[in-house]
Design a binder for this molecule. Structure first.
Ligand code: NAD
Length: 464
């Protein structure tokens, strides 16, 4: 079958960019991205394409190209479901905050709501694609809900996890290492549905990069990929602490280790800890699944990746307090960067939130500058932790528009995100405008330590 109308439920960091690229590359397919969040949809439809709700290099141009032609953003979920022959579910699947599996299992309530809505609205056969990251065997639950409507509609469920990385989403979508499609390989209808999705991607992805597997392998591969990536970060971060006490340099160790072709150089950069919406939640979910099958050793093994990450954030913050003569009370700490990595405005699980919270508990005064994150988001992130009254967060934390302003009269700087523009800062001027001794804590290993020391900074970087 040839797909003519695609609907994507969820206009977030995955649904928005993924569908924009599909629309750009498949001009004969109508793509409608729907969301319950009216503000988000209005931003996707903003006349000025620079105001779309997600910052990703190159994304505005893709949206400009396709929007209004064959790419549409809407809040009319029912209408889009009704029109579509293929429906992507790209809604959020955060860690549960209540009940059984609290703090570990994925909360699938939004997924189930989508399935029930599709079941209610659909009057013609549909291919339903899991784009969200889901626990292995979720497709079975979706199938049970969809097949029990009794309205005679045939649903094929595919798993098509998204591997894009925020900050490079458009490049990743245009040139994916692989596209993974899981489906029912045992039936003709299942194979046809898989082929229909293969044909969508084949508009721009070489066939050799499109993998087809059974559904469970596809679902589990996504969790596994994120677990392996996060594990590498926690592994090098564990070594960074050992480097600090032995005199080894973690960059040198990473280079030497990464040149082994069996290991490879990527994802070996020590830092204040990984963030982002996915790594932690997906590993917790993996741990939960392993535990629920009684595989306690497997669960403990992966849980350690999270524990190491929490430790890394905490020890970075603790080192700031210790270095500033064991107190930051009433001291001004400039935080450069709030996003969980450069080139995104996403702050979910960003290390900066936890470091700021730690320092606020020590009564520090914090001034934040991030080139893409709004003041509203920063306060929202801190309020969400519930560590102190919201008004106190506004009293103790200021958000400013330039790095220079953030660092002026500061006792210390904590560099939290590796934004390229931080390399261009006039560090000499920053040094001159700070209180002395001027402490600089580089949580991303972005800056040249010799240059910073020569300027006069008391300079600390992870793993040195
Ligand atoms: N962010 C990433 O880098 C990334 C990468 C790969 C996979 N994923 C996975 O993709 C999924 C989506 O992630 P995201 O970062 O795009 O999340 P997001 O929170 O940015 O977007 C999800 C959107 O879904 C909408 N939504 C929820 N329920 C809905 C419903 N019933 N009807 C209509 N809209 C609804 C929400 O309003 C929200 O705008 C998650 O499962 C995530 O694990 C994310």
């Amino acid at each position: 079958m040839k797909v003519k109308n695609i609907c994507c439920i969820g206009a977030g960091y995955v649904g928005g960019p993924t569908m924009s690229v599909i629309a750009q590359k498949c001009p004969e397919i109508n793509v409608t991205v729907v969301d319950l969040n009216e503000k988000r949809i209005a931003a996707w439809n903003d006349k000025d394409v620079e105001n779309i709700p997600i910052y990703e290099p190159g994304l505005s141009a893709v949206v400009e190209d396709a929007r209004g032609r064959n790419l549409f953003f809407s809040t009319d979920v029912d209408e889009a479901i009704d029109q579509a022959d293929m429906i992507f579910i790209s809604v959020n699947t955060p860690t549960k905050t209540y009940g059984i599996g609290k703090g570990m299992a994925a909360d699938l309530k939004w997924i189930e709501l989508c399935a029930r809505q599709i079941a209610r609205v659909a009057t013609s056969d549909k291919i339903v694609v899991e784009k969200s990251t889901l626990p292995v065997r979720t497709a079975q639950a979706l199938k049970n809900i969809l097949d029990n409507t009794g309205n005679g509609v045939n649903f094929q469920i595919l798993s098509n996890p998204e591997f894009l990385a925020e900050g490079t989403a458009v490049d990743d979508l245009l040139k994916p290492d692989r596209v993974l499609i899981g489906g029912d390989l045992d039936t003709e209808k299942g194979k046809d549905a898989m082929q229909a999705l293969v044909d969508v991607y084949a508009h721009w992805v070489p066939q050799t990069n499109i993998l087809t597997t059974n559904v469970w392998s596809s679902e589990l591969s996504k969790l596994t990929a994120n677990a392996f990536l996060a594990q590498r970060v926690s592994s090098i971060n564990a070594m960074s602490e050992l480097c600090e006490v032995t005199g080894a340099d973690v960059n040198e160790v990473a280079k030497a280790v990464g040149m082994d072709s069996r290991i490879g150089p990527k994802f070996l950069k020590a830092s204040v800890g990984f963030g982002g919406s996915c790594f932690q939640k997906d590993i917790l979910n993996l741990v939960y699944i392993a535990k629920s099958f009684g595989l306690n050793e497997v669960a403990d093994y992966w849980e350690q990746v999270i524990l190491m990450n929490d430790h890394q954030k905490r020890r970075f913050a603790a080192n700031i307090v210790k270095t500033l003569y064991n107190t930051v009370s009433g001291k001004k700490i400039a935080m450069l960067g709030w996003a969980f990595k450069k080139d995104t405005n996403d702050t979910r699980e960003a290390a900066s939130i936890y470091v700021a919270d730690y320092l606020l508990n020590e009564q520090a005064e914090i001034v934040v500058y991030d080139p893409k994150v709004t003041e509203e988001q920063i306060y929202g992130d801190l309020d969400y932790l519930g560590s102190r009254p919201d008004e106190e967060n506004r009293k103790l934390v200021k958000v400013v528009n330039t790095a220079k302003e953030a660092c002026s009269e500061a006792h210390a700087i904590a560099l939290m995100t590796e934004w390229d523009e931080f390399l261009e800062i006039d560090w000499q001027a920053v040094y001159e405008n700070m209180l002395k001794p001027a402490f600089l804590f580089d949580g991303r290993k972005l800056l040249d330590k010799h240059k910073m020391k020569d300027l006069g900074f008391k300079f600390y970087a992870i793993g040195n």
